[in-house]
Write a protein that binds this ligand. Structure first.
Ligand code: GLY
Length: 557
């Protein structure tokens, strides 16, 4: 008997050990995933994660790779925002650009106070102090597992050996060259042919220096000197002091409870997180109005537009760099405030634009990638040059594009920026200040596990796009792929009663007619974002790039 029981104990122990091994293997072998705006970004993430890198190593590799292969928005000369969950804790890194020390409120106005066309858009004078290299460096210092140089290796190789230019990219660059008519040095670098292997030797040398010397090269060393010389040539304002002074900032992420999730997203200087939380909460509070409505039916689109109006009114009035302006974040997402805003929406006719005020007493490029690693860490990263190819001006000798992020400030109160959104004093230009963003890198977490990583480019379309995809996925139970691909619309208070749609996927004719009948004007825009999202549902990982772009989603086993 005791012999049998010993045997049983032996087998039981063996069984338990085997089970533990299987469970352990499953825990460490959870698939990683990436959704990136091109295949080179996805390749870089995969290479680094297979080499033992975590989500941050992969993010660093993707961001530098896209600075080579996706010059429309991938960058060294821009800035961005990242929301992270690492080792079970959430973080937010603000590496947004800052206004140069010599910037001033009226710098893009003429003597009569009128906005000088394109002054905040084209050339080095439109550029704010870049934050990307510092941001990636600080992220890597805090969390990276692999050597910095290893994470930069895919980018250095792509710049040195070349990558294949796509048809849309070549076409896009051609259109930019035409519109610039020789005002900047853009055509010297980006006269592209589809299918060509583009080698970028100056950029390769810059990346190799950054890989070797780290962040000091870009902000105090050789690259800094080249950048300052370019500023002198082009009449830009960024000087050596601006570069030496630049720091990315670890801020508390904006968090909110919604539908059983913790939404972890971007606080100011982005408007995106506040706007996303407002939209999610208001839609939930307005559930009786939405009950039984089909996705993108006339009444559904009308109610979305009604929710978006107060969000844009608040954005214009209250939001700016929190280091310069007191932003009433908690009050803006307070449940009672949201309920009052929902109470004021019109059930069936569009509310007059002029009647929507602030409620308390952006072919626009940016790019996003989402990463989750095998340990469940996640990085949701949106970074940008602002417009496609930024200020369309290259730092000659260093081979990278400058941003035109200064246009994200309110250049003149009440005058719309390139995204058609207006701003006020809270977002006026001041030396060292960060311009208001709409970037919304977001994570949804439930019971300590990341269940969604999401974000998109699109300027003021960013948070309305993220909101619609989350809502499609959660409220309509769609697969992530279907939720991303579905028709998206956009309304932003101004222009008055305009609902934007896009060529990719349109509302049907009957819906358009019904909306026009209610007083809406339907307008076309180039596109409504380029979502890169990952979802983890029931243990299954899905990476969903937006079919609107050239993105690649990959689950890495
Ligand atoms: N430049 C686009 C944004 O920050 O929203």
């Amino acid at each position: 008997m005791s012999k049998i029981s010993n045997m049983s104990r032996h087998w039981l122990a063996l069984l338990l050990a085997t089970l533990a091994l299987i469970i352990g293997m499953t825990a460490t072998a959870a698939p990683a995933a990436v959704a990136a705006p091109d295949r080179y970004g996805a390749d870089a993430a995969e290479e680094i994660m297979r080499a033992g890198g975590n989500a941050v190593d992969a993010a660093v590799a993707v961001a530098f790779a896209l600075a080579v292969t996706y010059p429309e928005a991938g960058n060294l000369g821009g800035g961005g925002l990242a929301t992270l969950v690492m080792n079970g804790r959430s973080y937010f890194l603000d590496y947004r650009e800052r206004a140069p020390g010599h910037a001033s409120a009226g710098m893009y106005l003429d003597a009569a106070g009128a906005v000088i066309p394109d002054a905040s858009m084209v050339g080095a004078r439109a550029a704010a102090v870049p934050g990307t290299v510092m941001g990636l460096w600080q992220m890597h210092r805090k969390f990276g597992r692999l050597a910095w140089r290893r994470d930069l290796a895919p980018a250095v190789k792509l710049a040195k050996d070349g990558y294949t230019v796509s048809e849309p990219q070549a076409e896009h660059a051609r259109a930019v060259i035409e519109s610039l008519a020789g005002r900047t040095n853009f055509a010297d670098y980006f006269r592209l042919q589809a299918g060509q292997n583009l080698r970028q030797p100056e950029l390769a040398a810059t990346l190799a220096r950054i890989a070797r010397a780290g962040v000091n090269d870009f902000y105090r060393g050789r690259t800094a000197a080249i950048m300052v010389a370019e500023m002198r040539r082009q009449g830009g304002l960024i000087d050596a002091q601006d570069l030496a002074d630049y720091r990315a900032i670890w801020r508390a992420p904006l968090t909110a409870s919604w539908a059983g999730y913790t939404v972890i997203t971007a606080p100011p200087p982005s408007s995106g997180g506040i706007a996303l939380v407002q939209l999610l909460k208001m839609k939930q509070l307005a559930a009786p109005l939405f009950a039984g409505l089909g996705l993108n039916t006339p009444q559904y689109v009308h109610l979305l537009a009604e929710l978006e109006k107060p969000v844009f009114a608040d954005r214009a009035e209250y939001l700016g760099d929190p280091d310069y302006t007191k932003v009433p974040v908690e009050r803006l997402i307070d449940d009672a405030y949201m309920a009052a805003r929902v109470g004021a929406i019109s059930k069936d006719r569009p509310t007059a634009t002029a009647a929507v005020g602030p409620g308390l007493a952006e072919h626009h490029q940016t790019t996003h990638f989402s990463i989750i690693d095998r340990w469940g860490n996640a990085v949701s990263n949106t970074y940008t040059l602002n417009d496609d190819f930024g200020a369309r001006a290259i730092v000659r000798g260093a081979g990278f594009l400058l941003n035109n992020e200064m246009d994200d400030f309110s250049i003149k109160p009440g005058t719309p920026n390139m995204y058609g959104v207006v701003g006020g004093a809270a977002n006026a230009i001041a030396p060292g200040k960060r311009p208001l963003s709409s970037m919304t890198p977001t994570l949804l977490v439930r019971d300590g596990h990341v269940e969604m990583v999401i974000g998109t480019p699109g300027g003021s379309r960013i948070f309305t796009s993220v909101f619609q995809v989350i809502s499609n996925w959660h409220d309509f139970g769609m697969s992530l792929t279907a939720a991303v691909a579905a028709v998206r619309v956009h309304h932003q208070l101004l222009p008055s009663q305009v609902i934007f749609q896009e060529p990719y996927a349109q509302l049907d004719a009957a819906t358009i007619a019904a909306l026009e009948q209610r007083g809406y004007k339907l307008e076309q825009q180039d596109y409504n974002g380029d979502i890169q999202a990952i979802a983890v549902r029931g243990g299954e990982v899905t990476a969903a790039p937006d079919p609107r772009g050239t993105g690649v989603g990959r689950v890495i086993h």
